[in-house]
Design a protein around this ligand. Structure first.
Ligand code: FAD
Length: 142
């Protein structure tokens, strides 16, 4: 079965709070494991950046569901590409809130990608967005 990687960004709805995020992550871990999907969800200031990897049909189904979720808006698909292996395979869904990241790690990201509000600027370029996610993924495993 062919694997794909999907990356999108969106803006959190005004009312989203820590309990909403926990709810999203708990559901995601369960649902994604059932769909053979792995990935990571980053919250930077009020922006989401998410990477999802898995079989195309499952990814399409999941992304269609995520797009309907009123807890975020203005979703922009940044990348949807076939892959021969997963690069974000450690978790069914890992949540990373930059507000709680170690200051020295956040400083590294801010220097590299620029600041926005209390987080980093999320690039719309697909390769830079991938780079942000790849850096955060490895910083969280170190
Ligand atoms: P239920 O939890 O029963 O939800 C049914 C419906 O209610 C869904 O349409 C859901 O969108 C909506 N809903 C539930 N709670 C709320 C709430 N508090 N406010 C508004 N609407 C609500 N889900 C995943 O499975 N995997 C992911 O990787 C994933 N990533 C996400 C990333 C972001 C940025 C956001 C905002 C949501 C994400 N979700 C993800 C959640 C997804 O949108 C659905 O809410 C979830 O998959 C529904 O789970 P369920 O099918 O068990 O239905």
């Amino acid at each position: 079965m062919s694997l794909y990687r999907l990356i999108y960004m969106s803006a959190a709805a005004d009312y989203i709070d820590w309990d909403d995020l926990k709810d999203i992550l708990t559901k995601s871990e369960k649902n994604n494991a059932e769909l053979d999907v792995t990935g990571m969800l980053v919250l930077s200031d009020n922006k989401f950046l998410q990477v999802l990897e898995g079989p195309a049909d499952n990814l399409n189904h999941l992304y269609a569901k995520i797009l309907q979720d009123a807890r975020h808006q203005n979703s922009q698909l940044l990348s949807y590409t076939p892959i021969h292996r997963r690069l974000f395979s450690a978790w069914a869904m890992k949540g990373v809130n930059l507000a709680f990241m170690k200051p020295e790690l956040k400083e590294f990201l801010v220097k590299k990608y620029g600041a926005s509000g209390t987080g980093i600027a999320i690039p719309k370029d697909e390769f830079l967005a991938f780079s942000v996610l790849y850096d955060i993924y490895h910083l969280n495993q170190a």
